[in-house]
Design a protein around this ligand. Structure first.
Ligand SMILES: [Ca+2]
Ligand SMILES: [Ca+2]
Length: 484
């Protein structure tokens, strides 16, 4: 009996040790799901002190145990990595605003008691690894929280108002405070060592990847040294430079970050798909992506905790749901690493911060329409994962006639001998398009996507006489596997 237990424990230990996150250069194919624990699931009412779910600026009671208990949901959706917003111990509330979001750190190396304990965090990463999920942790490297103990204990760690006044050019970005937060001076050796040590500390807690907050505001020589260390340790790094376009992504990857969020693509998707505008903005971003050294690692997203919800781009809830379904499918066809913010899989609504951080409703409270959005999201994620071409294939835009350019985006993707053709139709009605093509597709299939309820998506493709004919449902994306 004891021997059996020992073997089981040994095997348990082995399976932990066997979790190997991909090398930083091999993250293409990952799908990231972003969770803000306070707004996800409350798994322990015992740590709810001060929580008030009715106040968007207060803590709501969600915690690490709640996330741990629902990791299976992340896996069911098909995501491969869970990104957790910062978990470190926070400063006290400021003017009635609680640091429920985690971006006002007091102590970088402990877990905020409202979220749980360090042991809860270790349990969470171990459980994620058993499920085959990678863990990405959000790391604050630019600042401490308002009035953090370090400000009085180590005033030399922080930029001064004089530093900010002296700064010129991009140094204004790095040396001036962000939202008035005490701004760490990473050129001070003690600060550099503190931040290096934070990365090492959380790595030993089982973290596979870091999302680095506000990288535009951090000394770039320090950032380069930090992400170089991470890469050497096998840790994938995803930088947030608010508003980043293809050139910013390129510069970040050249500096050594594995990936950055491409905000310009997000803006083009919001305008083109949710706003009912033109797909030319998306096309233009995809053309600019040719400048990115590792385009397969670029983080593609529809919304996040710093932007209004994607579905909020229209006044009408049903339209927001329909267009989110289209956008989720479209996102899953693009080269890059898709990132889904909790709630986007059900087209949750909400304006600017903090309205964009509403609690994720429990599954049994989802409306039929929310369940349909979820079914589409899950299907799109699984179609992507089942396809080497969609997961990590190259991407080639096909020309379309000027008259169709607002409404039609067509590209092929190819990997491991699999070739797919992707078509987005932005028109408000079903459309048939005929394009001159050199494609010699012989075996022609229906779209790989299915509608909720298991019905095939009503999209069709054929090739005849040097023309590609596409019949596409309104405001939707389709993907066809091409035979040789
Ligand atoms: Ca709680
Ligand atoms: Ca700074």
């Amino acid at each position: 009996m004891h021997r059996t237990l020992a073997v089981a424990l040994l095997l348990g230990g082995l399976s932990l040790a066997q979790h190997a996150a991909p090398a930083p250069a091999d993250w293409e194919g990952q799908i990231i799901y972003q969770v803000m624990p306070d707004r996800y699931v409350n798994g322990d009412p015992g740590n709810d002190g001060g929580a008030n779910p009715g106040d968007p600026q207060a803590r709501h009671g969600g915690d690490l145990r709640g996330l741990d208990a629902h990791l299976q949901d992340v896996q069911d959706l098909g995501a491969t990595t869970v990104w957790i917003t910062p978990v470190s111990r926070q400063v006290p509330d400021v003017n009635g605003m609680a640091p429920y979001h985690g971006y006002w750190p007091q102590d970088f190396r402990s877990v905020d008691p409202h979220l749980g304990t360090l042991q809860d965090f270790r349990n969470l990463t171990a459980h994620a690894h058993r499920l085959g999920l990678n863990v990405m942790l959000d790391q604050v490297i630019n600042h401490s929280g308002y009035g953090a103990d370090a400000v009085s204990a180590h005033p030399d760690w922080f930029h001064t108002p004089a530093d900010c006044q002296r700064a010129a050019g991009t140094q204004k970005d790095t040396d001036c405070p962000l939202s008035g937060l005490p701004d760490l001076n990473q050129t001070v050796p003690a600060v550099r060592d503190l931040l290096f040590g934070n990365a090492d500390f959380w790595r030993t807690q089982g973290v596979d990847a870091y999302r680095y907050d506000a990288v535009k505001h951090v000394d770039q020589a320090f950032l380069k040294a930090l992400v170089t260390r991470d890469r050497a340790a096998g840790t994938f790094t995803l930088g947030e430079s608010f508003g980043a376009d293809a050139d910013t992504v390129r510069q970040g990857q050249e500096l050594g970050l594995s990936s950055l969020f491409e905000f310009s693509l997000q803006a083009a998707l919001r305008q083109g798909i949710m706003g009912g505008g033109s797909l030319n903005g998306v096309r233009s971003v995809l053309v600019q992506d040719a400048r990115i050294p590792h385009p397969g690692l670029t983080a593609n997203f529809l919304d996040n905790h710093d932007l209004p919800r994607f579905a909020n781009g229209t006044l009408f809830e049903d339209q927001g749901q329909a267009r989110t379904r289209y956008a989720l499918r479209a996102l899953m066809t693009l080269k890059g690493i898709p990132v889904l913010w909790q709630g986007t899989e059900i087209a949750q609504r909400g304006g600017a911060d903090p309205d964009n951080r509403r609690d994720l409703p429990a599954r049994n409270a989802w409306t039929p329409a929310q369940q349909d959005v979820y079914a589409t999201a899950r299907d799109a994620v699984h179609v992507r994962r089942a396809s080497a071409a969609l997961s990590r294939g190259d991407q080639t835009l096909l020309p379309v006639p000027d008259a169709s350019a607002d409404d039609l985006l067509v590209f092929t993707r190819h990997a491991d001998g699999e070739k797919v053709l992707v078509a987005w139709n932005n028109a408000r009605e079903r459309r048939t398009y005929s394009l001159r093509t050199t494609l010699a597709a012989r075996t022609l299939t229906a779209s790989s996507f299915t509608d909720p309820g298991g019905k095939a998506q009503r999209a069709a493709l054929s090739v005849s006489g040097g023309y590609l004919h596409l019949s596409l449902p309104p405001q939707d994306a389709a993907v066809f596997r091409l035979g040789e």
